[in-house]
Design a protein around this ligand. Structure first.
Ligand code: ADP
Length: 184
């Protein structure tokens, strides 16, 4: 576990499976259908059980075109230990000049805003977009961390933010980026 402090917020970066997190809320790297998928999305629905998909289906009634990239919605967490799930849709990597960095920032910022609005104090993120969506981790890591820092400086409401990485190599990228940005 690697720890950094941004203002009054603790940022903890670790290796792990996000479905085991016991934080107030975990973030799902969903797709716009909200109907489940592979990767972290599949793992969350599989372990959390059908009540999560049932609520996603209800939400889709208000979003017939699906959840736009960069936005976030919240559901119950079914059988998981975390209290809630925030579903967000990261950008598909398409070379980097199609707004990908801004959209990736939005996923982190809007998820944190959703947590704040619901008085949730601890939150766990996976590495959004860097699996099936193909966003290079080396570029995603500093963008994710910048979005987190922007949120903490402008909103200041979350106690602890966890980044839960599934691969050693991803852990190194996020830790190196955090050392460069936060220098502690
Ligand atoms: P995206 O479609 O946004 O790229 P993916 O789920 O394909 O989402 O991948 C995002 C990251 O989440 C990848 O690094 C993947 O290895 C990782 N991942 C997959 N399963 C889990 C899990 N259970 N906990 C944490 N991270 C996971």
């Amino acid at each position: 576990m690697y720890e950094f402090k941004i203002k009054n917020t603790r940022l903890k970066i670790k290796l792990g499976d996000i479905t085991d997190e016991e934080t107030d809320v975990i973030v799902n790297a969903a797709n716009s259908s909200l109907m489940g998928g592979r990767g972290v999305d599949g793992a969350i629905h599989k372990k959390g059980g059908p009540s999560i998909l049932a609520e996603c289906i209800e939400i889709r009634k208000t979003l017939p075109m699906g959840l736009p990239t960069g936005e976030a919605v919240m559901t119950n967490s079914g059988l998981l230990k975390a209290k809630r799930i925030i579903h967000t849709v990261g950008p598909v990597w398409n070379g980097g000049s199609h707004g990908e960095p801004e959209l990736l920032k939005n996923t982190y910022f809007n998820s944190l805003l959703m947590a704040k609005r619901n008085s949730l104090k601890t939150i766990s993120f996976p590495s959004i977009s860097t699996g099936a969506f193909g966003y290079p981790v080396k570029l995603a890591a500093p963008t994710a961390l910048n979005a987190i820092a922007d949120f903490v400086y402008s909103e200041d409401s979350i106690d602890t933010i966890f980044l839960v990485l599934f691969h050693e190599s991803d852990l190194s990228e996020y830790v190196n980026a955090a050392k460069n940005l936060f220098k502690n």
